[in-house]
Ligand binder design. Structure first.
Ligand code: SF4
Ligand code: SF4
Length: 328
């Protein structure tokens, strides 16, 4: 299926502005679809895996636009599950900040919106998914030294739209079966804020949920390194549906990073054009400023209204694989 032609002037493309406003200010999050209160289906978690796999394989949202029309944005998803009452998710209130929501808080909000009783924490499950970027997108930006490629910029915008559509459809499907469901970043208080302890943060971190679900760990660049590397986007949906963990969580949050394990990497730091990554970690403030400066270049050069960078995520040993896979 060939995707629609984008507007002639990216400056006026509302999709980009809506995405940036939604990600940074939290406005424009979708309303929850109606919950069928007359139904209460018991669902096997393999149904969730099938739904997500089929969406990425077949939905037209997983496609770039001209000049890359028809190319898939994402490869097949990696999927993990974590119980809503997993103690680690509660500790995020200390590690990230008290503003970070637990799955029970996401469900409490959704239950209030839908006019039903909130489920107990042990009746809640979280499905976490990682969508690896296409080889072409990774290769393109690995060849760049100052700015991300045009393919990467498109991927940043249309990949986010695809991800949100997938989460919305999953929530709608579950709600139609009488299963309360929501996404942490669809809540009205979701927006990026600057916090004294952690710098930029938000009330729901898909990557931290992915860590809890055993999908991988963090690198020196703060990107999330899975068995398919760190060049991906990730998401998660919370549901009133008990799940069983299907992956073993890493023993340390940097267990997949070669620098942490062997002390001989820092390729991501060398890839960063502004030196925002050092052995002390990732300077989110400097990174964010640089990423924001990409907006005019993307609008007028790459014909897409979005911010992007990601240079540190590609051209590295952890871009498309776990660099420690042979050392486990
Ligand atoms: S490039 Fe090396 S140091 Fe940087 S995150 Fe990847 S494995 Fe770790
Ligand atoms: S995303 Fe941030 S840390 Fe990574 S290369 Fe770009 S500016 Fe540097």
């Amino acid at each position: 299926m060939v995707a629609a032609r984008p507007p002639r002037f990216a400056l006026f493309d509302k999709r980009g502005w809506n995405t940036m406003i939604s990600e940074t200010l939290g406005r424009g999050s979708p309303k929850l679809p109606p919950l069928r209160k007359d139904r209460a289906e018991a669902l096997d978690q393999t149904w969730l895996e099938t739904f997500l796999g089929n969406f990425i394989a077949h939905d037209p949202a997983n496609r770039l636009e001209p000049p890359y029309a028809g190319e898939p944005i994402y490869q097949a998803p990696l999927i993990g599950f974590v119980r809503g009452d997993a103690p680690l998710l509660e500790t995020y209130k200390e590690l990230i900040g008290p503003f970070h929501h637990t799955p029970a808080e996401v469900m409490a909000w959704a239950a209030k919106e839908q006019g039903v009783k909130a489920p107990a924490a042990n009746e809640i499950g979280v499905v976490s998914f990682v969508l690896p970027l296409s080889d072409a997108t990774v290769t393109d930006t690995a060849a760049e030294k100052i700015h991300s490629s045009a393919r990467w910029a498109q991927t940043r915008l249309f990949g986010e739209i695809c991800m949100r559509k997938m989460m919305q459809q999953l929530i709608a499907e579950l709600s139609g079966m009488g299963i309360l469901a929501a996404a942490g970043d669809f809540m009205p208080d979701f927006r990026k804020r600057h916090f004294p302890k952690i710098g930029w943060g938000s009330p729901w971190s898909h990557r931290h949920v992915a860590f809890a679900a055993g999908l991988g760990g963090f690198g020196m660049h703060d990107a999330f390194i899975t068995e398919k590397g760190c060049a991906h986007r990730c998401g998660s949906v919370v549901a009133a549906m008990p799940v069983k963990s299907n992956r073993e969580r890493l023993p340390h949050y940097r267990h997949n990073c070669r620098q942490h394990r062997l002390g001989n990497c820092m390729v991501c730091a060398k890839r960063c054009p502004i030196g925002a990554i050092t052995e002390h970690g990732h300077d989110k403030e400097a990174c964010s400023k640089y990423v924001m400066k990409s907006i005019p270049r993307n609008i007028f050069g790459n014909k897409v209204a979005i911010y992007s960078c990601g240079l540190c995520m590609v051209g590295t040993p952890c871009a498309q694989k776990n660099p420690m896979e042979d050392a486990k």
